[in-house]
Design a protein around this ligand. Structure first.
Ligand code: HEC
Length: 258
């Protein structure tokens, strides 16, 4: 079929190419350019979609408020702690669900609480320690704990040195002797999540359960163990082959050979 057609009309083709180029040029010109001028917006409503600030007024809704009340009969996520003691009046329907959840968690309670059934902290973390977990733990520790506890865990972080309560060093023997409850992995987990209070209720150390997932918290605990070992290990205590590896690595990074 195409073979029966003669040459397409050249001026029409040229015109359409020219128009396409005209449209494409200014658009291409904005890609990757750096400029102090305000950006060109071809579809401003997509760049700056309308939204309301919290607590702001609006004439869109009859009551003049941008924020809407929750639907009747619904509960906003996180609106109350989901525990039997704190259930609102008339919420008995939730009790079976609560029991179900408690039973589910009981399967592996220690992962979520760091505690044994009798309430004592677990000695060893109930989670496999992998290279990924350690890397994650180092990153989270440096973000959330190092300000006070220091990158080395020595309690000499920038904030820690000026903090109202003295910040302990994780290299202190009492945090290392696994025989004591205060040194168990579960205890570190618990403190990291719940923090520590003065007897008068004020926080000496804030808890980080809002920022660290359960797995992240165990990762931080694993990193604290790494810090403890890193600072305290005497190279002489290593097996001979590990020591010679360490020596070789030390030689290759010393003496400005790079
Ligand atoms: C704002 C400062 C601050 C930050 C941030 C902080 N801590 Fe602490 N931490 C403290 C202070 C202060 C104490 C000592 C509290 C006391 O003596 O009652 C402490 C004590 C501890 C203890 C020992 C508790 C004990 O009973 O001796 C552990 C474990 C601990 N912190 C873990 C962490 C972890 C893990 C993080 C990060 C998720 C963290 N902390 C972040 C200030 C901080």
């Amino acid at each position: 079929m195409g073979t029966t057609r003669t040459q397409p009309s050249t001026p029409a083709m040229l015109a359409s190419v020219a128009i396409a180029a005209l449209v494409a040029l200014p658009m291409a010109g904005c890609r990757g350019d750096r400029s102090e001028k305000p950006p060109r917006q071809f579809f401003p409503d997509m760049d700056d979609s309308p939204r309301f600030n919290p607590q702001a007024p609006t004439d869109f809704f009859a009551d003049g408020r941008a924020m809407r009340a929750p639907e009747t009969g619904t509960v906003a996520f996180g609106a109350f702690a989901f525990a039997a003691e704190t259930l609102p009046e008339g919420a008995d329907w939730a009790l079976p669900f609560l029991r179900e959840r408690t039973d589910l968690l009981a399967e592996n309670d220690a992962v979520y609480t760091g505690l044994n059934r009798d309430g004592t902290p677990v000695a060893k973390m109930p989670m496999p320690v992998t290279a990924e977990l350690l890397a994650r733990g180092q990153e989270r520790f440096n973000i959330y704990c190092a300000a006070c506890h220091g990158y080395a865990g020595d309690g000499k972080g920038m904030v820690g040195r000026r903090w109202a309560a003295p910040v302990p060093s994780f290299h202190d023997a009492k945090y290392k002797d696994q025989g004591q409850p205060i040194a168990g992995d579960g205890y570190l987990f618990h403190i990291a999540r719940q923090g520590l209070r003065h007897p008068d209720g004020r926080y000496r150390m804030p808890g980080y359960a809002h920022a660290l997932s359960v797995e992240d918290t165990w990762a931080v605990v694993a990193h604290i163990r790494v810090l403890q070992q890193a600072l305290d290990n005497d190279p002489q205590s290593l097996p001979p082959d590990a020591r010679s590896q360490l020596d070789a690595r030390g030689r290759s990074t010393q003496g400005g050979s790079r």
